[in-house]
Design a protein around this ligand. Sequence first.
Ligand SMILES: [Zn+2]
Length: 243
Amino acid sequence: MTAPFLTAFLLAGSFETGVVNYLIVDVRTREVVRSEWPDLETPVPAGSLVKPFTALAWAGEFPEFTCKGRPDGCWLGRGHGRLRFREALAVSCNAYFLNLAEGVNAAALEVVASKYGIPAPESDRAETRIGLGADWRIPPLALARAYCELAARAPEPRVAEILAGLARAAQSGTASAIGRGAMAKTGTAPCVAERRHAGDGFTMILDPAEAPRMAILVRVHGVPGAEAAKSAARILRAARTGK
Ligand SMILES: [Zn+2]
């Protein structure tokens, strides 16, 4: 970590809300640019950050789906209503993705995971496939590189649809703390650290949106994903200016 970056990072007060870990990977070379993460190779559950990979295993056009909220297993009690894919990804609708995950073939998901360099889920439950629980664990470095691979495959129509959802997430969805100009995804997962918090918030950023040069993965212990996005926004600002 370079001194100017460290200064910017500390001035931003990113350590106040919980322990913050972050990892910056160069999209082109896949090398780690900077990291403050003690165990980059140790697989961890990363919540909804897995949703793009389950979506890639879906065969055919993405469906429309009506989320009625809690009865459908969504985190948003009142429901998201009728959703197309992009919006569902932007707001991270669990009901939409549970419906998708139930129709995904396990072998197809294994192929996607292998192509993107991440382990496949250890259970075939739809909940696991959308990042609920702790049965789909991915090393943080592999996860950041999998998002680099998404950026590299932007010309593929299915990937383009996913990236459009990530852009919308940063603009107006669960990662709106990041704002226009980047693509992002939030997640909340059970904490697997020795001193456990209720849950850990994750945010993945691809920046800049039009042609990503860096993937930034941020984890904040003990906060939800949308809250972690605020720390991620500070780290993004520091990373953009700290070069
Ligand atoms: Zn929903």
